[in-house]
Ligand binder design. Sequence first.
Ligand SMILES: [Mg+2]
Length: 301
Amino acid sequence: MPEQIYSAAIIDLNGVVYEHGETRADGTTEKIIRPGAREFLDFLVDSPVPHLFATNTTSQMKEDVAIELAESGLEITPNNIFSCVEAGLQYLQQEDLRRVYLISSSDKLRARFRTYEHEGFRIELVSSYDSTHPDDPNNKIDAVVVGFDREFHSRTRNDATDFVMGGARIVALNMNENRPKLDGTHEWNVGACVAGLVCAAKIRPEDVYNAGKPNREFYVQAQSMLGYSLSRVAEVLVIGDDPEADLRGARDRSMATAFFPSRKDAEWPSDLGFSPDVTVRESLEELIPYFIVPQGKNRQE
Ligand SMILES: [Mg+2]
């Protein structure tokens, strides 16, 4: 019998629920559902156990993620997906950062920012820095938000640098360093672009806000989306395949952690300073006995 019983779950998507498989002729990538994922997700929905899916993707909106998963036979409600994009938008609202320069090559991300509206808070996207009139008040913005930008042109880099030097905050949607390409080479991801801006604008790396995992704040926001108060965080089990990227921030928020590595023999890194509360290696279904089933259901603990 499990020693500890949990009442809510935060589940990493990429690596826990699915893995990337072969690339199809149309350039999309097949998603391979991991062992027991279907059964575990059915259990969460049927029980029901409050849950969220966590992802650091900035080029796909939650609706697109849900559509892709549905094609692989997994029904996930977009409202149950908590991404670094949503976390970033919540942060902008919380800090009242309205005038934003957005770095991204995704039209969908741009549209998400442009149409975001919550409790009267809206974002105004600024298109460029006016270098001919440096003192123009329009050059004063609140934040440079950095998402994945395949091009990261000199114009973009320079505009962003001038905005930051003029006082804008840098909000990184995640800090992932690079992105592997299909041919085995790599391209700059958000973290690399942020590092360049930090250097060019001569600010301190710690002044950058990282909206995505593994920042502890990502889990604070997820916790409030689950409707859990601070006194109940230990009831939330966060499930990840990557100790650093998925679980360290959760642990920093005093949530419980479950390690489900993609390679069965993967070892937990000894230098991380904590151990996971649960480790499962064969199937996600092994986690089911760790959850409380609400009264009226027939499973006994
Ligand atoms: Mg993962």
